[in-house]
Design a protein around this ligand. Structure first.
Ligand SMILES: Nc1nc2c(c(=O)[nH]1)N[C@H]1C(S)=C(S)[C@@H](COP(=O)(O)O)O[C@H]1N2
Ligand SMILES: [Mo]
Length: 410
């Protein structure tokens, strides 16, 4: 993707031929196009370029694109199969040479600004595989439906990120004793296009910010981070709602209070402090809501694909991944009889903390007929996934119910 080139301005200034070339096909009613009108497909850059064909588009303004679970079969998620969740519009022209990261805030001892070259030269590089799961992954399962993207279970990826540790940078700047939180600031554009508004500006408590695996990254799977995933610089924090991993990162503020940026309040990425009945209108105050921290234990089946036709009586390989926020997963089991009995699976240890763990097993479908395969993971503290949809909440977060696939034996 050409990042220096501003497609919209170019098209605004060129004629119909350029427009047709950019779209890649004839505009049938071109003579009816109002002057200066930008066709929708060009209005935002195309998020589906470089993505697998089966990716599911939930919305295109902003872009929200989900991965069907069978696409997540790779151990390290390739870019083409990574979900996209944008709250605003991606920055229009990005120049990595002039891109800077500023560390500031009440609890920073000084304010410092680094170019990407500075970061690369001055700090040690680290590479980690990290699970980023949208807090709203699984939202489609809640009844009544809540506001927000209606994600199935595919708003999760575990890719390999390379960069420097945030703690090394914060150490270079110096943080005061009263530091309790960090908040990120990014260069994406609020949907209203009001430059005073931020699309999203979230953060984490200082202890999470200082973990070894919290990175300021410029590489994803060994290459520059693609535009849609935060080029040229991104905060990456595994195990927590992926909304804390700020894309197009330009600043980190060290705060002496809980960060109060966009989407830190209301029911955004927050859960009711007390369980509520489905559909309850919970007052959107701190008294009633707490910020989501570590994500709950979860697992997916990535092979076979739901809907597969298999042979009865033969061994069928089954596999997927499991993760548990800040914790490790200690057990994965599958059931063929709607949870009546469970068979244990082979479970790998994570390649590093906060990476997902691969599991696999073999099953035999005893006769021809319809089956469901359910998978259930248990975290290091002994907490398992629920078999039914967990507590409804106004934001539709944290649905970690057991994943199920339907298969037929014929
Ligand atoms: N600047 C910025 N960072 C962002 C977002 C955003 O809209 N703007 N979306 C967040 C949310 S809600 C999620 S789930 C993840 C999605 O990361 P991905 O698009 O790389 O999969 O990015 C997070 N970081
Ligand atoms: Mo998200």
């Amino acid at each position: 993707m050409d990042t220096h080139f501003n497609r919209r301005n170019f098209i605004r200034k060129s004629g119909l031929a350029a427009l047709t070339a950019a779209i890649g096909s004839e505009i049938v009613f071109a003579d009816k196009l109002p002057e200066g009108y930008i066709p929708l497909v060009l209005d935002e850059k195309d998020a589906l370029k470089g993505k697998a064909q089966e990716m599911i588009v939930l919305s295109d303004k902003p872009w929200n694109v989900e991965s069907p679970l069978h696409l997540l079969d790779d151990k390290i998620t390739p870019v083409e199969k990574m979900f996209i969740r944008n709250n605003g519009l991606i920055p229009e022209s990005i120049d990595p040479k002039n891109w800077t990261l500023t560390i500031d805030g009440e609890s920073a001892k000084t304010t410092k600004t680094y170019t990407i070259e500075d970061l690369k030269k001055r700090f040690k590089h680290y590479t980690y595989q990290l699970v980023l799961e949208c807090g709203g992954n699984g939202r489609a399962g809640y009844q009544p439906q809540t506001s927000g993207n209606s994600w199935g279970q595919g708003a999760v990826h575990c890719a390999q990120w390379t960069g420097v540790r945030l703690k090394d940078i914060l150490n270079d700047v110096g943080i005061k004793n009263d530091a309790v939180y960090i908040g990120y600031h990014s260069k994406d554009i609020h949907l209203s296009k009001d430059p005073r508004k931020e699309a999203i500006s979230r953060g984490v408590p200082i202890a999470k910010a200082l973990e070894d695996e919290t990175l300021i990254a410029w590489q994803l799977n060994g290459k520059d981070i693609p535009e849609f995933h935060g080029f040229p610089l991104r905060l990456v924090i595994g195990g927590w709602p992926a909304s804390v991993s700020g894309k197009w990162l330009s600043a980190i503020s060290v705060r002496n209070k809980i960060h109060d940026g966009a989407k830190m309040d209301g029911h955004s990425y927050r859960m009711p402090r007390y369980p509520v009945a489905p559909g309850t209108d919970v007052p959107q105050t701190d008294e009633y809501f707490r910020i989501i921290e570590s994500m709950p234990v979860k697992s997916i089946i990535t092979y076979p694909k739901s809907g597969a036709i298999l042979s009865p009586g033969t061994s069928i390989p089954l596999r997927g991944h499991a993760w548990a926020g800040d914790l490790a997963v200690k057990k994965v089991e599958v059931s063929l009889d709607f949870g009546a009995t469970w068979q244990p699976c082979k479970l790998n240890t994570p390649v590093n903390r906060l990476a997902w763990q691969h599991w696999d097993t073999e099953i035999k479908l005893p006769t021809k007929g319809y089956y469901e395969v359910w998978v259930k993971a248990t975290d290091a503290k002994g907490v398992s996934q629920p078999m039914v949809i967990p507590s409804w909440n106004p934001g539709g977060y944290l649905n970690n119910a057991c994943e199920r696939i339907a298969v037929k034996a014929e």
